[in-house]
Structures are given as structure tokens and as C-alpha cells.
Design a protein around this ligand. Structure first.
Ligand SMILES: [Fe+2]
Ligand SMILES: [Fe+2]
Length: 148
């Protein structure tokens, strides 16, 4: 799978978990644990593999720097939510903020960063190769998180 398809699939998965939590489709704690794992592993493969591949290219440099900062913000809100009592309206309000932050960030990636990477920075072969490495890292990190 090429790198961009892999990342977009992750984005859709995370959106589905957000909407399940909001609608009460399932156990909140379980869904949130899954959400936190997905977001953390996704951010990690982007930061370790995808962003570095686009960081030094002029067309995408600024977008990548902004993306690292947006990840920091998402991780802060996520860790606040992990500490807080999940059965309160305050927690749900925080979840909404997290969802909006993630939506904004995903929108920038999909509307600006990914198209530029695809058209100006990485070849199809490079995207395929990167995708394979990202998939391997993802499998490894997800397995590690289950052992914890
Ligand atoms: Fe990202
Ligand atoms: Fe992403």
C-alpha cells in the first residue's frame, strides 16, 4: 500500500471511532483506548517516516513543520482526556475539542500536504516503499501497545 493511502485509511478509522464515542456506539472507555492507540501510532509513523521524507523539500517544508506542532497539541489534549473522569460533560467537551483539532489537521494533510508530496516530492516508487516501511512500523507498534 502506498504511504498516502495508508495514512488516509488511518484517518477514516479514527473518524469512525470519534463518531462511535459521540453516538454512544459501544463502551466509551474501550473506544477511547482504541482511539488513543490509533492516534498515537499514526502520529508516530508520520513523525518517524512520512514527515522526514517531506521535510527537506521546499514545497512541503512549512506544512510539515506546522504538522509537527499540531501533533503536539493533539497529544496534549489526548493526555488531558486520559487523566480525566470520562463520565462527565467536561470530558465530552474535551473530546469534541480533540475531534476538531484532529479534523483540522487531517484536512490540512489531505488537502495540502499529501497532494503536494504526491505531485512534487515523492515518486510512486518512493511512496510505495515508504508505505511498506510505515505498515511494518505500524504493525510493530500496535503489537507493542497490546502488550502494555
Ligand atoms: Fe498528522
Ligand atoms: Fe495524519
Amino acid at each position: 500500500m502506498d504511504a498516502i493511502t495508508l495514512l488516509k485509511n488511518d484517518h477514516r478509522k479514527v473518524e469512525k471511532i470519534f463518531s462511535d464515542i459521540e453516538k454512544g456506539n459501544g463502551n466509551r472507555k474501550q473506544l477511547f483506548t482504541e482511539l488513543a492507540t490509533e492516534l498515537t501510532v499514526h502520529a508516530e509513523i508520520e513523525e518517524q517516516l512520512f514527515y522526514p521524507a517531506a521535510k527537506d523539500a521546499e514545497p512541503t517544508r512549512d506544512l510539515v513543520l506546522e504538522s509537527y506542532e499540531e501533533h503536539k497539541q493533539v497529544k496534549m489534549v489526548l493526555s488531558d482526556l486520559e487523566q480525566a473522569d470520562m463520565n462527565t460533560d467536561t470530558w465530552l467537551a474535551g473530546l469534541k475539542v480533540l475531534m476538531e483539532d484532529v479534523q483540522h489537521h487531517v484536512g490540512e494533510e489531505e488537502k495540502e500536504l499529501f497532494p503536494k508530496v504526491k505531485s512534487k516530492v515523492l515518486s510512486k516508487e518512493q511512496l510505495d516503499d515508504l508505505g511498506q516501511r510505515m505498515e511494518a512500523m505500524k504493525i510493530e507498534r500496535l503489537a507493542a501497545s497490546k502488550r502494555r
